[in-house]
Design a protein. Structure first.
Length: 196
């Protein structure tokens, strides 16, 4: 039996989302202010790499992001244990990630993406892997997995609820909410009992 307590996660209301991508930009800014990448945003060499992605279809627009699964198939698929639960949040240890794509294939929500690693505005080279470019062997860019970690290292606090992810805070239409399963289930049960 799984003894992991339900983790909070961000949920989006498709009917409210306008596809402005403010959530993507806020996510990127929070996770990259420490490594010099934010100053180079929008340049050709440093793309915006958020940990959630807004998806548009004909009928709705919605951000796709990690649901912090209790059984975490992404962690099970990682051969180097780079994905771990820490303080109730599934976290990718980027320095350990080998870019094998196992976690992305295992994620039932399609919430994990693999992109080049950047540090101080420059691509991080892969140590053991080289590729041929213009008749010379050069180090390939290190590719690592990215996913929502609920902005767990963010300083901003919201009282008793703890950290509020940047995407939830900046959404101009309130389409994103941080859901605490224990609290939400309790509220649902209370509301159902009140209707009796």
């Amino acid at each position: 039996m799984n003894n992991v307590l339900p983790s909070p996660f961000v949920i989006a209301e498709a009917g409210k989302c306008i596809g402005c991508k403010a959530c993507e930009l806020a996510c990127f800014a929070v996770h990259n202010d420490h490594n010099g990448v934010v100053a180079a945003v929008g340049t050709v060499t440093v793309p915006v790499i958020p940990r959630l992605h807004v998806v548009r279809t004909e009928s709705f627009t919605l951000p796709v992001q990690c649901r912090q699964c209790e059984n975490a198939p992404c962690a099970e698929a990682c051969p180097v244990q780079a994905i771990r639960r820490e303080e109730g949040t599934m976290v990718i240890h980027e320095e350990s990630c080998i870019g094998c794509k196992g976690c992305a294939m295992a994620c039932p929500f399609g919430a994990i993406s693999l992109n080049k690693a950047f540090s101080n505005g420059k691509v991080v080279p892969q140590i053991q892997l080289k590729e041929r470019q213009h008749n010379a062997m050069v180090r390939s860019a290190k590719v690592i997995a990215y996913k929502c970690d609920l902005c767990r290292t963010r300083d901003h606090k919201d009282g008793a609820m703890g950290n509020v992810p940047a995407c939830v805070e900046v959404c101009p239409v309130g389409a994103l909410s941080l859901v605490h399963p224990d609290t939400s289930v309790s509220r649902s049960r209370t509301a159902a009992a009140m209707r009796l």
